[in-house]
Write a protein that binds this ligand. Structure first.
Ligand SMILES: Cc1cc2nc3c(=O)[nH]c(=O)nc-3n(C[C@H](O)[C@H](O)[C@H](O)COP(=O)(O)OP(=O)(O)OC[C@H]3O[C@@H](n4cnc5c(N)ncnc54)[C@H](O)[C@@H]3O)c2cc1C
Length: 558
């Protein structure tokens, strides 16, 4: 991990760099021309220019050794600038991840040092025409080439699809099947038999080069097998999912806020029906405030997960999936609402929100689609439910009730209601064997993500109130505002868990008429309905905060 001061300096350098090298007009032109600004990407990754890649490389290989929290902050800022350029930089981190987690010491030294010192651009080649979400279906092969009974190299054959930096990278990590299973190989550009297609013509992130790769008898030495042992590829990919999905989560967060930060000032100047749009509750409470609550709930989850990864709790794949799912869905919704918030102007290129909306769309697709995230989340937490005989979420709820006793007004009591209800829904799903319906399994994933993020945001609001927030954390909102945001989000999460949960349980025939009243009571519906009290006042307050109208020193509501 790097020092807070160093992180702040890096963030400032990144902002200054973008201001100079990637002003709006240039981003618009590159987007229209569908062009990757390779010189800018090289300068970002060049150690004698911006050198942003140094943050991700361990110190022993010439980098700065940034941790997950540092990386989240940088990724959010990159996404605020341009998601295509951010993707070009991310591709190097993704491409080098199999090396960071699985390579031999010599391989690490060679490749990570070259990324640090030479600014080598990497690409991460996993997806294939027939293997997207299901990577196990990959067809690219790496056949061992032997001499005197010893494997001296591999011959790679196959195709990769939609590879970021595919046409511009200096080196590629490529997943291919060996006799012992999928394995990562490092292939350098220009290798005989290795070609790439023209860049794809994409909906968004048009500043990122995305290309298909073809391998026809591409020979690599044995030392290009990452880790030197065949069959470790999927494990090596799995080992970093928590971390890499956190980066894409930060992309959703940054892009969502970038859109809102255009809509908010716009609405102070746009006069309709005699007053600025910013003064119209029907506008702010639909198009701005709920998106702020969603983004900040996702941020709270990202920050907790990043802190836990940095504390050595492992790769936290499920938490990475929840963070990615919530932040990227929130980022998409915020960008879409920002187009609406700018009306006809929002629909034109010039105002940038339509570009942000096209760009952020990719974040719910790459590094695992939202549906795959729902499945990952649900399967893992289902096991927790079973292992604890249905107590997992009741226990999480009791922790929040304890937090509420200590710190009232931060939404922990309402988040606890959501978690208790979730535990009841999951138990009913177990008894009626409803997870045999894939749709129910995935919908549970969504409810779990909402309820866990509600808990996270109330914990974050409490940390701010107690002056204990991580000093690197985002401080856009003070304790009072964050508590109001937490209450807004917790109310929504609690209602969603009960309403959607009931819908799917009843919809799948999981409950008889005779059981209905008792089941509804077990969900705590009356308390969840009562907890909606104060919602409009909290939304008014957040609108006032966003537009600089809030009175200072407001107390936390009890
Ligand atoms: C611009 C761009 C950049 C990319 N960069 C890279 C890169 O650098 N490296 C790389 O390796 N890949 C990259 N990808 C590929 C990306 O990771 C995949 O597109 C993604 O994993 C989804 O795979 P797929 O497109 O084959 O969709 P599919 O897996 O075919 O999914 C199609 C739809 O079906 C759903 N679905 C899939 N499986 C299930 C299931 N079991 N149950 C229910 N629903 C399911 C999905 O959620 C999705 O909605 C990139 C893609 C794009 C578009």
């Amino acid at each position: 991990m790097i020092a807070t001061k160093t992180l702040k300096l890096s963030l400032k350098s990144l902002k200054d760099f973008a201001k100079k090298r990637l002003p709006d007009e240039m981003l618009q032109e590159l987007d229209e021309r569908d062009e990757c600004p390779l010189d800018v990407v090289h300068d970002m990754c060049s150690p004698d220019k911006l050198g942003i890649q140094l943050l991700f490389i361990p110190e022993e290989f010439g980098g700065m050794g940034g941790g997950a929290f540092d990386v989240y902050c940088i990724c959010e800022e990159m996404a605020r600038i341009d998601l295509g350029v951010a993707t070009a930089v991310l591709a190097t981190f993704l491409g080098s991840d199999p090396i960071t987690v699985g390579a031999t010491p010599e391989q690490k030294k060679t490749w990570l040092t070259r990324i640090a010192e030479e600014g080598l651009l990497f690409a991460y080649g996993a997806t294939e025409p027939e293997a997207g979400s299901d990577l196990g279906a990959l067809r690219t092969t790496a056949d061992p080439v032997s001499q005197d009974g010893r494997v001296i190299g591999y011959k790679i054959n196959g195709n990769k699809q939609w590879i970021s930096n595919g046409g511009v990278a200096d080196a590629y990590t490529v997943l291919a099947n060996t006799p012992s299973g999928p394995s990562w190989f490092i292939v350098e550009k220009g290798a005989k038999g290795f070609t790439h297609d023209e860049p794809e013509d994409k909906h968004g992130i048009r500043l990122s080069n995305t290309a298909a790769l073809a391998f026809n008898d591409v020979c690599v030495d044995a030392n290009r097998l990452v880790g030197g042992v065949e069959g470790q590829g999927l494990n090596q990919a799995q080992a970093v999912f928590g971390y890499t999905r956190l980066m894409v989560a930060a992309f959703g967060l940054g892009a969502g806020w970038a859109a809102l930060d255009r809509a908010i000032p716009y609405s102070t100047k746009r006069i309709q029906a005699g007053a600025p749009l910013s003064q119209k509750q029907g506008y702010t409470h639909k198009l701005i405030v709920p998106h702020v609550a969603h983004l900040e709930a996702a941020r709270a989850y990202i920050e907790e997960t990043a802190e836990r990864i940095d504390a050595g709790e492992g790769s936290l794949n499920t938490e990475g999936a929840i963070a990615k799912y919530m932040a990227t869905e929130a980022g998409n919704a915020a960008a879409e609402a920002s187009i609406q918030a700018l009306g006809g102007y929002g629909y034109t290129h010039e105002y940038m929100v339509e570009k942000i909306s096209r760009d952020v769309r990719i974040t719910t697709i790459y590094e695992g689609t939202s549906e795959i995230m729902e499945m990952t989340i649900s399967r893992d937490r289902w096991q927790s439910h079973l292992k604890t005989r249905g107590q997992h979420y009741h226990e999480r709820a009791r922790e929040l009730e304890a937090l509420h006793a200590r710190q009232r007004g931060v939404g922990a009591d309402i988040a606890a209601l959501a978690l208790h209800a979730l535990a009841e829904i999951m138990e009913k799903a177990r008894v009626a064997r409803l997870t045999r319906y894939q749709h129910i399994l995935l919908r549970l994933g969504e409810l779990i993500a909402y309820a866990e993020c509600a808990g996270s945001l109330s914990r974050r609001a409490a940390l701010v109130a107690e002056g204990k927030l991580n000093e690197k954390a985002n401080r856009r909102f003070d304790a009072t505002a964050l508590a109001a945001l937490s209450r807004i989000f917790s109310r929504e999460a609690a209602l969603k868990v009960t309403q959607d949960g009931l819908r799917w349980v009843v919809g799948a025939g999981g409950i008889s008429d005779a059981e209905m009243t008792g089941f509804e009571a077990s969900l705590g519906l009356p308390a969840i309905h009562r907890a909606q009290s104060g919602l409009i006042a909290d939304m008014d307050y957040i609108a006032d905060v966003l537009y600089g109208r809030a009175a200072k020193g407001r107390e936390l509501a009890a």
